[in-house]
Design a protein around this ligand. Structure first.
Ligand code: FE2
Ligand code: FE2
Length: 176
Protein backbone atom coordinates (compact mmCIF):
# COMPACT_ATOMS: atom_id res chain seq x y z
CA UNK A 1 0.00 0.00 0.00
CA UNK A 2 1.38 3.36 -1.01
CA UNK A 3 0.87 6.42 1.20
CA UNK A 4 -1.21 9.33 -0.08
CA UNK A 5 1.54 11.96 0.22
CA UNK A 6 4.01 9.72 -1.62
CA UNK A 7 1.49 9.05 -4.35
CA UNK A 8 0.99 12.80 -4.80
CA UNK A 9 4.72 13.43 -5.04
CA UNK A 10 5.12 10.72 -7.67
CA UNK A 11 2.25 12.18 -9.69
CA UNK A 12 3.91 15.60 -9.48
CA UNK A 13 7.18 14.07 -10.62
CA UNK A 14 5.51 12.46 -13.65
CA UNK A 15 4.40 15.97 -14.62
CA UNK A 16 7.93 17.34 -14.03
CA UNK A 17 9.52 14.70 -16.26
CA UNK A 18 7.03 15.23 -19.07
CA UNK A 19 7.47 18.99 -18.66
CA UNK A 20 11.26 18.47 -19.06
CA UNK A 21 10.63 16.35 -22.14
CA UNK A 22 8.51 19.14 -23.62
CA UNK A 23 11.16 21.73 -22.83
CA UNK A 24 13.86 19.68 -24.60
CA UNK A 25 11.63 19.16 -27.63
CA UNK A 26 11.01 22.92 -27.84
CA UNK A 27 14.77 23.50 -27.64
CA UNK A 28 15.27 20.92 -30.37
CA UNK A 29 12.85 22.81 -32.61
CA UNK A 30 14.73 26.07 -32.00
CA UNK A 31 18.07 24.48 -33.00
CA UNK A 32 16.41 22.92 -36.05
CA UNK A 33 15.17 26.37 -37.07
CA UNK A 34 18.69 27.74 -36.63
CA UNK A 35 20.28 25.12 -38.89
CA UNK A 36 22.00 23.22 -36.10
CA UNK A 37 20.62 19.76 -36.81
CA UNK A 38 23.21 17.95 -34.66
CA UNK A 39 22.14 19.82 -31.53
CA UNK A 40 18.51 19.28 -32.53
CA UNK A 41 18.92 15.52 -32.71
CA UNK A 42 20.88 15.44 -29.41
CA UNK A 43 18.01 17.29 -27.76
CA UNK A 44 15.47 14.95 -29.31
CA UNK A 45 17.31 12.01 -27.73
CA UNK A 46 17.08 13.93 -24.44
CA UNK A 47 13.35 14.41 -25.00
CA UNK A 48 12.98 10.62 -25.34
CA UNK A 49 14.92 10.04 -22.14
CA UNK A 50 12.69 12.37 -20.17
CA UNK A 51 9.60 10.55 -21.44
CA UNK A 52 11.19 7.32 -20.20
CA UNK A 53 11.82 8.94 -16.81
CA UNK A 54 8.17 9.95 -16.59
CA UNK A 55 7.16 6.41 -17.51
CA UNK A 56 9.37 4.92 -14.79
CA UNK A 57 7.37 6.84 -12.17
CA UNK A 58 4.11 6.07 -13.99
CA UNK A 59 4.87 2.34 -13.97
CA UNK A 60 5.95 2.50 -10.34
CA UNK A 61 2.46 3.71 -9.39
CA UNK A 62 0.80 1.01 -11.49
CA UNK A 63 2.98 -1.69 -9.97
CA UNK A 64 1.91 -0.50 -6.53
CA UNK A 65 -1.74 -0.52 -7.44
CA UNK A 66 -2.17 3.25 -7.62
CA UNK A 67 -3.58 5.17 -10.57
CA UNK A 68 -1.25 7.71 -12.19
CA UNK A 69 -3.10 11.05 -12.40
CA UNK A 70 -1.71 13.01 -15.32
CA UNK A 71 -1.49 16.78 -14.93
CA UNK A 72 -1.29 19.81 -17.21
CA UNK A 73 1.93 20.47 -19.11
CA UNK A 74 2.80 24.18 -19.43
CA UNK A 75 3.92 25.84 -22.63
CA UNK A 76 7.72 25.51 -22.68
CA UNK A 77 10.27 28.22 -23.46
CA UNK A 78 10.50 28.31 -27.26
CA UNK A 79 12.90 31.20 -27.98
CA UNK A 80 16.54 31.46 -27.06
CA UNK A 81 19.17 34.15 -27.64
CA UNK A 82 21.93 31.66 -28.40
CA UNK A 83 22.87 27.98 -28.13
CA UNK A 84 24.67 28.82 -24.88
CA UNK A 85 21.56 30.42 -23.37
CA UNK A 86 19.53 27.34 -24.33
CA UNK A 87 21.93 24.96 -22.59
CA UNK A 88 22.23 27.19 -19.53
CA UNK A 89 18.45 27.01 -19.34
CA UNK A 90 18.64 23.21 -19.65
CA UNK A 91 21.16 23.06 -16.79
CA UNK A 92 18.86 25.11 -14.52
CA UNK A 93 16.06 22.74 -15.36
CA UNK A 94 18.18 19.69 -14.51
CA UNK A 95 19.28 21.28 -11.24
CA UNK A 96 15.63 21.86 -10.38
CA UNK A 97 14.86 18.17 -11.06
CA UNK A 98 17.84 17.07 -8.98
CA UNK A 99 16.53 19.08 -6.02
CA UNK A 100 13.10 17.49 -6.41
CA UNK A 101 14.51 13.96 -6.59
CA UNK A 102 16.58 14.58 -3.46
CA UNK A 103 13.52 15.95 -1.64
CA UNK A 104 11.51 12.91 -2.68
CA UNK A 105 14.26 10.66 -1.37
CA UNK A 106 14.05 12.39 2.01
CA UNK A 107 10.30 11.88 2.04
CA UNK A 108 10.65 8.20 1.10
CA UNK A 109 13.12 7.84 3.95
CA UNK A 110 10.82 9.52 6.47
CA UNK A 111 7.91 7.35 5.37
CA UNK A 112 9.94 4.11 5.23
CA UNK A 113 9.00 3.64 1.60
CA UNK A 114 11.74 1.20 0.54
CA UNK A 115 10.54 0.52 -3.02
CA UNK A 116 10.50 4.24 -3.80
CA UNK A 117 13.91 4.74 -2.21
CA UNK A 118 15.25 2.04 -4.47
CA UNK A 119 13.74 3.62 -7.58
CA UNK A 120 15.09 7.03 -6.58
CA UNK A 121 18.64 5.72 -6.23
CA UNK A 122 18.60 5.14 -9.98
CA UNK A 123 17.37 8.71 -10.51
CA UNK A 124 20.02 10.15 -8.19
CA UNK A 125 22.75 8.59 -10.38
CA UNK A 126 20.94 9.64 -13.54
CA UNK A 127 20.77 13.29 -12.42
CA UNK A 128 24.54 13.36 -11.80
CA UNK A 129 25.02 12.12 -15.37
CA UNK A 130 22.50 14.54 -16.87
CA UNK A 131 23.95 17.59 -15.14
CA UNK A 132 27.45 16.53 -16.18
CA UNK A 133 26.38 16.02 -19.80
CA UNK A 134 24.70 19.43 -20.06
CA UNK A 135 27.59 21.17 -18.28
CA UNK A 136 29.97 19.56 -20.76
CA UNK A 137 28.04 21.08 -23.68
CA UNK A 138 28.05 24.49 -21.93
CA UNK A 139 31.84 24.28 -21.51
CA UNK A 140 32.29 23.44 -25.18
CA UNK A 141 29.96 26.24 -26.28
CA UNK A 142 31.96 28.71 -24.18
CA UNK A 143 35.17 27.45 -25.74
CA UNK A 144 33.75 27.89 -29.22
CA UNK A 145 32.37 31.37 -28.47
CA UNK A 146 31.47 33.32 -31.60
CA UNK A 147 33.49 31.07 -33.88
CA UNK A 148 31.12 29.81 -36.60
CA UNK A 149 33.36 26.98 -37.80
CA UNK A 150 33.80 25.79 -34.20
CA UNK A 151 30.04 25.74 -33.77
CA UNK A 152 29.69 23.84 -37.02
CA UNK A 153 32.10 21.15 -35.80
CA UNK A 154 30.44 20.96 -32.40
CA UNK A 155 27.07 20.53 -34.12
CA UNK A 156 28.45 17.55 -36.00
CA UNK A 157 29.79 16.05 -32.79
CA UNK A 158 26.43 16.54 -31.06
CA UNK A 159 24.72 14.79 -33.97
CA UNK A 160 26.63 11.61 -33.25
CA UNK A 161 24.51 10.86 -30.20
CA UNK A 162 22.11 8.05 -31.08
CA UNK A 163 18.52 8.04 -29.78
CA UNK A 164 17.89 6.13 -26.57
CA UNK A 165 21.34 4.58 -26.59
CA UNK A 166 23.02 7.95 -26.69
CA UNK A 167 24.60 7.58 -23.28
CA UNK A 168 25.87 4.08 -23.91
CA UNK A 169 27.39 5.22 -27.19
CA UNK A 170 28.97 8.17 -25.43
CA UNK A 171 30.44 5.98 -22.71
CA UNK A 172 31.95 3.45 -25.08
CA UNK A 173 33.37 6.39 -27.01
CA UNK A 174 35.10 7.55 -23.81
CA UNK A 175 36.63 4.12 -23.27
CA UNK A 176 38.36 4.06 -26.63
FE1 FE2 B 1 14.43 13.33 -16.06
FE1 FE2 C 1 16.82 15.26 -17.24
Amino acid sequence: MIKQNIEEEINNQIQEEFQSAYAYLAMSAWFEENNLGGFASWLKAQWQEEIEHGMKFYNHLIQRDAQPILQDIDKPKVQFDSPLEAFEFALEQEQHITKRINKMYNLAQEEDDYPLKNLLLWFIDEQVEEEEMVQDVIDKLKLVGEDGSGLYLLDREMGERQGQNGKEAEQSEDQK
